[in-house]
Structure formats: C-alpha cells, structure tokens
Design a protein around this ligand. Structure first.
Ligand code: SF4
Length: 326
C-alpha cells in the first residue's frame, strides 16, 4: 500500500513520526516534496478563496499525490495538550481534502485529541495500526520506534538544523556564532516552506546572519514567558509562537525578530497584536511582521528583509562601538 503524506502544514512537525510508524507497519510512504509554483497554483484553484496560504499550499500537495498513492494520511489533530485546541482549519482538513476534487483517494484520518486523555489517543493509534497488521506487538514496536524518531528529529531542529536536514540528522546549522542574530518566528509551515518564504532562511544566512527559530528556544522558556500573560492562549501551536516572540523580546536573545504570518490567519492576526504590545513594553526590540500570501512579490519581500537586516547591522555596530569606548 502506498500512503501519501502531503508536505504542508504539520508535515514539518511530524513527518518523521508518521513516516516511521507507517513504514514499520509495512506501508510505502510517498511525500509530495518541496512546494513549487505548480503545486501552489493547483491548490489556489481548488481551495476556498478566503483560506490562508498554508491551507491552499496543502491542497496543492494533496492533489499532487492524488494519482500516485492508494491513500492519503491526514490526521485530524484536535489538541496536542490539555486545555488547548489547534486551529479549526486543521480540524476540518481531512474533510476538506476529501472533497477537493472528484476521485480523491481514501483519507486515513486518525483523531488525536489530548483533551480525551492518553488512552483515547492510544486507542486511535492502535486502530490505525490495526488497519495494517493484526499483530499488536508490531503496532506497539512501531509506536515506540516512531516516537524515538520524532524525539531525534525535534532535537536536531533544536540544534538549528532545517527540517529536511534534521530528518537526515546532518546539514548546515542556522546559528553559527555570527555577530548579527535574528529570530524568524511563526508556524513551521510559514517559516520552513522555502517556496512561500522565498528562501528567507537561506537568504539571511547569505547575508551573514545567524537565525533562531522557535524550535531553538527551549519549551520551558516559552512556557515561563506565557505564564506572565493575563490570559491563557488556547491555540496549541500559537502558544509556541507567542512564547518564542516573548522570550526573544524580553530576554534580548536576538538583535531583531521577523514575525512570519499568513494572510487570512485568524489566530495570528490576534496574537500579532499581543506580541506587538509586549514587545513595546519590553523595550522595543526591533520586530518586523511579514504577512505572506500567494500574491506576495519577491522584489518587495526581499527589499524589506534587506532593509531590516541593514538597519539591525548598523544598530549592532553602533552598540559594539559604544561598548568598546566605555
Ligand atoms: S493557524 Fe492560521 S495559518 Fe495555520 S492553518 Fe490556521 S488559519 Fe491557517
């Protein structure tokens, strides 16, 4: 059985986990590769107009796999920790893709919901495994080894590898002791999709800038910063985004922050305001919000990035001169 995994949205977070689990159970896994112009165009054509860019991209990836696989694997991730939810678009993703076009392959969509406690999720994973094998020990072994693969992948991301390098455990690190350090914060799919971000991370490294992503900021640091907010944030992945921005601006971990947001993203439009207020209250560390959609032009995007980097570099040099004089 060939199972397709579209390379969008939570792909950047869980692909090694999903791939390892399915392969241990005997499936062949096919992913749709890097986003391209044609993948994006196909997604834009089939997806609702008012959806965010990452969902449109995901449609394109799912359609690219349509005629090559026996089934698509699109878990319904409701919540990944108690008292939080994922974005509603992620909840509805399997149903939306099922109706994307006539003749879509069957969708394998286990529901993961940590509101329901560990055992409900264990059952969901076990049921998924049972559709491939009747051997419960094989399912358990697949679960354990895929979780180990996931932990290794997350560790590599934390060390500063980009997702595809982190999957192989080798590659050039985003942070390498350069003088200027910029955090690029946003959802994984807004930060790591090199087509929609116009190779932002590579460009920054090409400008001799160290890059910090939210994977490189320890979870306990993010959580400590979130505790100071007057109200809890109940969107799971957005908690990481806001916790990372707060850590950067309050602890002065970097020289500036690029906050990557998708146009039409409901959660980010609210959290951007929270981050902006906290940034001002914490001493005004430079932060630039980049809102991207399928119409974002490369020229304007790069000009803004270059101007931001130039401004930060001048500021940094000035600070270094002042420190030397003192
Ligand atoms: S969180 Fe925002 S960008 Fe992500 S799927 Fe939801 S609406 Fe789209």
């Amino acid at each position: 059985m060939i199972v397709g995994i579209p390379s969008g949205l939570l792909f950047y977070r869980y692909f090694p986990l999903w791939k390892s689990f399915l392969e241990e159970l005997g499936a062949d896994v096919l992913e749709s590769g890097e986003t391209t112009r044609s993948i994006l165009s196909r997604g834009v054509t089939r997806c609702e107009n008012d959806s965010c860019l990452p969902v449109k991209v995901f449609y394109g990836h799912a359609l690219a796999l349509k005629d090559k696989v026996d089934a698509l694997f699109i878990p319904r991730i409701v919540s990944v920790e108690k008292r939080t939810h994922t974005c509603p678009k992620m909840l509805g993703l399997p149903d939306m893709i099922r109706l994307a076009e006539d003749g879509m392959p069957p969708i394998i969509a286990p529901t993961i919901d940590f509101h329901e406690g560990f055992w409900r999720n264990y059952k969901a994973v076990y049921q998924l495994g049972s559709s491939f094998t009747r051997d419960p020990r094989r399912i358990l072994r697949a679960g354990i080894s895929s979780w180990e693969r996931h932990r290794a992948y997350r560790n590599h991301l934390a060390q500063g590898l980009k997702p595809r390098d982190a999957m192989n455990g080798d590659g050039q690190k985003l942070s390498d002791g350069r003088v200027l350090k910029i955090a690029v914060i946003g959802h994984h799919y807004n930060v790591f999709d090199s087509f929609t971000t116009m190779s932002l991370l590579d460009r920054l490294q090409g400008m001799d800038v160290d890059v910090v992503t939210s994977d490189m900021i320890p979870e306990e640091v993010q959580r400590a910063e979130l505790r100071s907010l007057p109200k809890d944030i109940y969107w799971s992945y957005e908690r990481e985004v806001v916790g990372s921005v707060l850590a950067c601006v309050r602890r002065k971990m970097v020289d500036g922050v690029i906050f990557m947001i998708s146009f039409a993203c409901g959660p980010d439009s609210i959290l951007q305001v929270v981050c902006e207020q906290e940034r001002k209250a914490a001493g005004n560390l430079p932060m630039m919000c980049m809102v991207i959609d399928e119409h974002t032009g490369e020229g304007g995007f790069i000009t803004r990035i270059e101007a931001f980097v130039d401004m930060l570099r001048r500021k940094k040099l000035q600070e270094l001169r002042e420190t030397r004089v003192a």
